[in-house]
Design a protein around this ligand. Structure first.
Ligand SMILES: *Cc1c(COP(=O)(O)O)cnc(C)c1O
Length: 465
């Protein structure tokens, strides 16, 4: 299996190189040169198997020969061993034919753990085989940082440095990062904003001598390996609900289009998916694109579902590449035009194909709160605001009675206690594994918003020097 860039000008690479590279050299995103198949016989055989076995089966053709069969199975089993639910990604029924897929049973209580716990171990495995190390750097406004830290802690071949804006994350989010005391984990609180953190990160990558000396790398959401690992929970949910005999629909709360793109990948591989629904909050560029064909940037507005407050859904480029029949040159021209003029119009035929593949809905902050309250009244369940955005959209979708609708619950309600309390009067408590989070010791270094200071800090602590 080899991977090609959506912009057509980078060399095709095997899985391990794509894992370490992230973005392609031509600025594009990697996609598989052909989709592996999940046949009906394979799907039927997966029903009732443990989650890690389903994941290994899904990943095997993507990984190819770059991680040996036994090693892959052991790595994946280890990745999910620490999850707080034996089903790993359990389904919970909300109503007739309506289900939640709970993806918050990992160490940081959000769905990013499902991919990153595997991807962190893949980095370590591939780097050890090469006798090499990397220095992972990232910037976070909250959720991504803690999932990356948990994925990389204690990995021999990886050091991780995460920048967050001092005093501007929630206390739960900060503590989930700063209470990880592993020697290879470095939390940096920048005296500045999230944008300052992102600018520092970009400047570190732009400094070629620095980047090469410390082998800088990232584990952001455009990494193909993350997309591939996420395919597994769509397969697991569908076979649990009767696939391949029965078709299933999914509604996904969407920001960078990474999670729902994995659902699309599952469908491409042969999973019987009746419908995929994009759920947006007020930052609704995807909703507008799918409903009107006008892909136009607007400013990011803060909402009750901050992990979806995104302007450019970077993984959408993978879908555009397909809509343009895998023509890298045409995709590159489209993306460059979009970057330059902040808008692009999809031709009618492309819009038709897009709308055949995806439906879209959006949810305001008021509707988010009302949905949290309604679900609590109807079922006794507390859901987080991101999940509520999707549940509200899912409920507005017409579908055949015999097609179950699965809505993805991407964060634990205790990660966003203020919104949940506002909607229901109940403050959700942290699950037992994190119950002592507020008592744990923190370690964090405060640095000024200054590139030289941050580079000196990284240089003095990275083992790849
Ligand atoms: C990251 C995140 C999202 C958005 O996922 P994408 O893959 O970027 O579309 C939605 N909800 C929660 C809770 C998240 O952490």
């Amino acid at each position: 299996m080899r991977y090609v860039s959506t912009r057509g000008a980078a060399r095709a690479l095997p899985f391990d190189d794509v894992l370490l590279a992230g973005l392609a050299r031509d600025g594009g995103l990697y996609v598989p040169s052909a989709w592996p198949r999940l046949t009906s016989a394979m799907l039927a055989d997966l029903a009732g198997r443990p989650y890690h076995e389903i994941t290994t089966r899904v990943l095997r053709p993507f990984v190819g020969r770059t991680i040996r069969g036994d090693d892959l199975a052991a790595l994946v089993e280890d990745a999910y061993r620490g999850f707080h639910h034996t089903a790993v990604a359990p389904l919970k029924q909300l109503g007739p034919g309506d289900f939640l897929l709970e993806l918050f049973h990992g160490p940081t209580l959000a769905f990013k753990d499902y991919a990153l716990q595997v991807v962190g171990r893949m980095f370590d495995h591939v780097l050890k085989a090469r006798g090499s190390r990397v220095t992972i750097v990232g910037a976070t406004s909250g959720d991504t940082g803690s999932a990356a830290i948990e994925a990389c802690r204690d990995r021999e071949a990886v050091d991780i440095f995460i920048l967050h804006p001092k005093g501007r994350t929630s206390e739960v989010q900060r503590r989930q990062m700063t209470t990880v005391l592993s020697a290879n984990v470095h939390n940096i609180a920048i005296e500045g904003t999230f944008d300052d953190c992102q600018d520092l990160l970009k400047a570190m990558f732009a400094d070629e001598a620095f980047r090469d000396r410390h082998k800088l790398s990232a584990v952001n959401s455009i990494n193909w390996a993350r997309i591939a690992v996420q395919v597994a929970y769509y397969v697991a949910a569908a076979v649990a609900l009767g696939a391949p005999k029965r078709r299933v629909a999914f509604t996904v709360p969407t920001g960078n289009f990474g999670n729902i793109y994995s659902a699309h990948a599952a469908r491409k591989m042969g999973l019987p998916v009746e419908r995929l629904v994009v759920a947006s909050n007020r930052n609704d560029i995807l909703w507008r694109t799918i409903n009107t064909g006008a892909m136009a940037l607007a400013g990011v507005e803060p909402s009750l579902s901050p992990s979806m407050d995104i302007q450019v859904s970077s993984n959408f480029e993978r879908l555009l590449f397909e809509l343009w029949s895998r023509n890298g040159k045409a995709t590159a021209a489209l993306m460059q035009g979009f970057r330059a003029s902040r808008e692009a119009a999809l031709p009618a035929a492309k819009l038709k194909a897009l709308r055949a593949a995806f439906a879209a809905g959006r949810t305001s902050d008021d509707e988010t709160l009302a949905t949290i309250a309604r679900v609590r009244d109807a079922t006794g369940e507390l859901i987080d605001p991101h999940t509520a955005v999707a549940v509200n959209v899912a409920m507005s979708q017409a579908r055949p009675r015999d097609v179950p609708m699965v809505t993805l619950a991407c964060a634990h309600p205790a990660k966003f206690p203020d919104a949940v309390e506002k909607a229901t009067g109940i403050r959700p408590g942290l699950p037992p594994a994190l119950a002592d989070l507020y008592q744990r010791k923190e370690r964090v270094s405060v640095l000024p918003n200054d590139l030289r200071a941050v580079q000196a800090f990284v240089a003095s602590r990275a083992r790849q020097a």
